[in-house]
Write a protein that binds this ligand. Sequence first.
Ligand code: NAD
Length: 495
Amino acid sequence: MTSLAKFNLIPEVDSFLKSSPFAGFVGGKDFPSAKGTVIPTTDPGSGEKIGEIHDLSSAEIDGAVEIANQAFPQWSALSQKERGALLLRLADAVEAKKAIIGQIEALEAGKIESQAQGDVQNFVDTLRYFVKLGDGVSTRTKLDIPGHEAWTYKTPWGVCGFIFPWNFPFLLIGWGISPALVAGNTVVIKPAEDTSLSAIYLARLAKEVGIPDGVINVVTGRGATAGAALSSNPKIKRMSFTGSPEVGRLVAEACGKNLIPVKLELGGKGAAVVFDDVDVAGTAEKLVGAITFHTGQVCCDATRWFIHAKIFDSFVEHCKGLLAKVKIGHQLDPTSQMGPVVNPKQHARVLGYQEKGQATGAKCLFGGGPATVTGLHGNYVKPALLAGSPDNVAAREEIFGPVAYLVKFDTEAEAIALANDTDYGLANSVWTKDKDRANRVAEAMEAGNSWINAHNVFAHGVPYGGIKKSGLGGGVLSIETLNDYYRTTSVVRPN
Ligand code: NAD
């Protein structure tokens, strides 16, 4: 009997898992590896295998892109209304299956089940948001140019490639593919090796609701083969990559060789700047919530906490009290507040940074090290608070776990300088009751996103993207993102 038998598996999830090994899904049908090679997929909470995915070869990825290319003329020829109606049907179907997809997502990503369901709802909301935006898009814009009759004309690009990480598999698919599909492009999705199942479920569901074959395709496999083949395929007309800066560079290089536009959504080392006029207990609660949310595996997390010297000690005491109460457990256990990290490699990475940080002078204020959950051999870690020099390796590099690094400051200028002294530029937050100071600091911090008295805030319509080592190419979630998925032709007739 596996450990999973302890939890309440939805019968449809159980039968879905029994259909392993999972092939990709391309052109409206299963797309297996001809060689039959597979990669195991594991429940991070128990360490037990829950299925296998097919490990597609580079040539097979090229075949999938060709199928998506053949589907493009028909999909792009539909009117905005026709495409929108089909996509809304998909949004409705995903919403109806929220519990099932949420559980699949929770199981393979190690995400607390209620949070995984929230991610599925976010997918639905994103798709509906872009369909609505698409309704208002005018593909022809008249230009008022003396002596000329001129206009611009917008048309979709063709096949768009998407490579995703394992931390928010389903939500990020929604952020990525929704604008591309609304604009009339077809898509090939390469999910992470650890978390491919929810993407496969989505592609099958798209077929059921009548999205034409070849419009939404999922290819499975390893990054170095399947991912590399997708990003270097010359028939891909636009590429989007979400993941680490190291792999982002490789994807950008491959796209550069083909002169293909690429959007990169990469890692982060976000700051939270906390002034001495805050409600200390309330702010500590929100930042502890941020660092433990999805076990700290969140690109935009606040992992560097700059705390005004006057409140430093009391802030730390509040955080310790809150962190001591966080219940670590299996992601399907409804009493758990923090689940495992995604795989043993990530487990070793989080613990390794704690060790390296302390070996080079950081002080551990609270927690740290591995956590045990009775009866389970999952990848559990304890949340940790480190403190010390802002130059410590744990303060500089992305750990991607529930670890915050604390540094004291005295002046506003010092806090801004500390927040900006990083290679990353994704998201920061400022915490103060002083509105003017909040606005000043929010605008002075160098990143794609600044939040005031909150962290991890997302709203459809507010652009989200990174600068420096955190991203390139414009970000997601706004009208600009939809426009990215059209290419523009200008047409001019001299009078
Ligand atoms: P990763 O870069 O290791 O992998 C991401 C994806 O790239 C996976 O699908 C992988 O198979 C694929 N890949 C690996 N090698 C490849 C190659 N040579 N060519 C093409 N594709 C390849 O990242 P990860 O460990 O899965 O995710 C964690 C990282 O993602 C963190 O740095 C995190 O901050 C970042 N992230 C950023 C955002 C954002 O919106 N900015 C969102 C989520 C995660």
